[in-house]
Design a protein around this ligand. Structure first.
Ligand SMILES: [Zn+2]
Length: 162
């Protein structure tokens, strides 16, 4: 096994665990644990996140009249990953887009995701502002003005009172 791969990267089934959420008495599952892995293959997700994502997906499917897929482009991050990201995109207090106090950090319990959404059949990308508007219904905090088109969503209210 090569050393530069994430631990267990070649092991079939790693983090291939479906996440089930109950919506209106029905179990739905459109996300799998592996979709939330960091670069090293480790995962931390707050329980509120898969539920919020399922609700966002359901609304988008209804509003677009076709199946919409949500792709997680980033979830939990280590300090090291955050610094690496800041080297590329800059710290937000220096005019960049990366927050030093990022809710993606493991210390916040996996409350944050970065996502994009596309219509499954046509491959049409859901516009960033529309995805952001739907995310605001189910996440506490949403940022939808990144130049690369992703939407940041997190459930920071769970941190209140810690
Ligand atoms: Zn983010």
């Amino acid at each position: 096994m090569e050393n530069d791969r994430a631990p267990g990267a070649l092991v079939p089934g790693r983090n291939r665990i479906r996440l089930y959420t109950e919506l209106d008495g029905e179990l739905v599952s459109h996300f799998s644990l592996h979709e939330f892995e960091n670069a090293d293959g480790f995962v931390m997700i707050h329980a509120s996140v898969p539920r919020a994502l399922e609700l966002v997906r359901r609304d988008l499917c209804r509003e677009f009249g076709e199946e919409v897929e949500i792709r997680i482009t980033d979830a939990v991050r280590t300090e090291q990953e955050l610094k690496q990201l800041a080297r590329t995109h800059g710290w937000s207090d220096e005019g960049g887009t990366v927050s030093r106090n990022s809710k993606h950090l493991a210390q916040y319990g996996g409350i944050a995701v970065d996502i994009v959404a596309t219509a499954k059949l046509t491959g049409r990308r859901v516009p960033q502002d529309r995805l952001g508007a739907v995310c605001r219904r189910y996440f506490d905090f949403v940022e939808d003005n990144y130049p690369d088109g992703h939407v940041h969503a997190d459930n920071r209210a769970v941190l209140t009172g810690l």
